[in-house]
Ligand binder design. Sequence first.
Ligand SMILES: Nc1ncnc2c1ncn2[C@@H]1O[C@H](COP(=O)(O)OP(=O)(O)OP(=O)(O)O)[C@@H](O)[C@H]1O
Ligand SMILES: O=P(O)(O)OC[C@H]1O[C@H](OP(=O)(O)OP(=O)(O)O)[C@H](O)[C@@H]1O
Ligand SMILES: O=C(O)c1cccnc1
Ligand SMILES: [Mg+2]
Length: 492
Amino acid sequence: MNASSNSLALLTDLYELTMAYGYWKCGKAEQSAAFHLFFRKSPFQGGYAIAAGLEPVLEFLRSFRFETEDIAYLATILGNDGRPLFDADFLQYLAELELTLDLDAIPEGTVVFPHEPLLRVCGPILQCQLIETAMLNMINFQSLIATKASRVVMAAQGDAVLEFGLRRAQGIDGGLAASRAAYIGGCAATSNVLAGKRFGIPVKGTHAHSWVMSFDSEPESFAAYADAMPNNCVFLVDTYDTLQGVRHAVEVGQRLRDAGHRMVGIRLDSGDLAWLSIEARKILNAAGFPDAVIVASNDLDERLIQSLKFQGAAITVWGVGTKLVTAYEQPALGGVYKLGAIKDESEQWQPRIKVSEQLIKTSTPGIQQVRRYVGGDGMAIADMIYNELHPLPETCVAVDFQDPTHRSQFDATVAFEDLLKPMIRRGDFVGRSIPLDEIRNRALAQLQQFDRTILRLDHPHRYRVGLEEALHDLKAEMVLESRQRSKAGDEA
Ligand SMILES: Nc1ncnc2c1ncn2[C@@H]1O[C@H](COP(=O)(O)OP(=O)(O)OP(=O)(O)O)[C@@H](O)[C@H]1O
Ligand SMILES: O=P(O)(O)OC[C@H]1O[C@H](OP(=O)(O)OP(=O)(O)O)[C@H](O)[C@@H]1O
Ligand SMILES: O=C(O)c1cccnc1
Ligand SMILES: [Mg+2]
């Protein structure tokens, strides 16, 4: 194979490969397993997340293979004894490996909650394990940024939000992935041109202070910009004296208008953005530019935007960079990937559980699906995680995840949607690649299905997510059994 392959098979933690080697050596490589990828806590003190990152995961799986040079590199890794870590026969196995997994996924742009599997992977345990780290990397980051963007967009109350983050993003891929995810979360455009080309995101921008500083005067700089791009004029007015800058913009705007063009607006990038925007609005309106936009930027995030709205700021477009693409308050979504079931020698699924001192960290057994119940008004009522290994009763009981004494009943008349959709069967893509605009629209539409008390920025009202009763009971039983076993072990 050529060296320009785009397979990312080595984008993994070494322990996935050592476990794979172990499975291969002890004859378990082909044993079927079911894993789920989920997070335990909503980011940014909020109450929800927006699922994102599936498309790159699918791309990763489509191109997954160990190339000759990958195998050659793996052969150079030495163990603690100074000898090659991996057998040549195992490396040959990897060289010939083709993924035969099943993948089910919650589509990008879906509103999701803690403990819900965003991805479910079923198939040979060796394969499930090899793809863990890369999938977590992609889903964790993009879901985090899409969620942050949705909070920023919500705070902007219908105003356009432009993503300006590339210069402060976490490296090249961080910048590109953040632009994609921010668009899914509802941003209207990005300043990132490569992201525009690669993902079809609208690109937008104004100009920097350096443009103004490179001329002898501000009016001269605005006039030159207008000459060069008469239909793309958003003047940055705060290089010297902001309100004076607005007047200079108005003068050039009048000349543009006389020449049959239109000044789009101005941008504020420092000072008191509330007061300056209100004063700028007065100047623009008095001069006959009531439609000129006022873009604001400078360390904005959802809380500052909310505050500026509260102050009556006359800002109509929000440029948000650093704090959006770096997920400022929370650097990572803590998504994890856990084994829910494994097939025994007689090909029967056996549920598995990881017990923890903290109840929230005890994993959920089974092969899980998420059912979202929807009311007659189209609003989501509650989600129920159930085990596909057990048939559901006519009337389902969902036991609340956080408070098991709270149970909700759903009879057959309640409308629902199962959120995990088939994406890959035995290695073949069976899903639908969803265009980015459709994903973004889905996110915006999905948010309408949830009450604002659930979506608010802080201390939100909790949306109910429960375990279907039989799954809840199975989990409780397995925890008790595990505790009994460890107690018996202690006593022996
Ligand atoms: N009305 C406002 N309410 C709350 N915060 C604001 C308001 N206006 C601006 N801010 C925020 O205050 C912070 C500090 O702004 P400050 O004026 O000190 O620096 P600056 O405007 O960046 O100065 P510089 O002229 O050096 O660029 C910024 O994060 C800005 O977003
Ligand atoms: O503040 P952010 O949300 O990251 O938005 C992007 C920022 O990037 C640009 O200036 P830059 O920060 O490079 O320089 P400046 O702050 O000195 O204007 C722009 O003027 C914004 O202020
Ligand atoms: O176009 C802009 O105004 C812009 C782009 C990147 C960063 N800050 C501002
Ligand atoms: Mg800045």
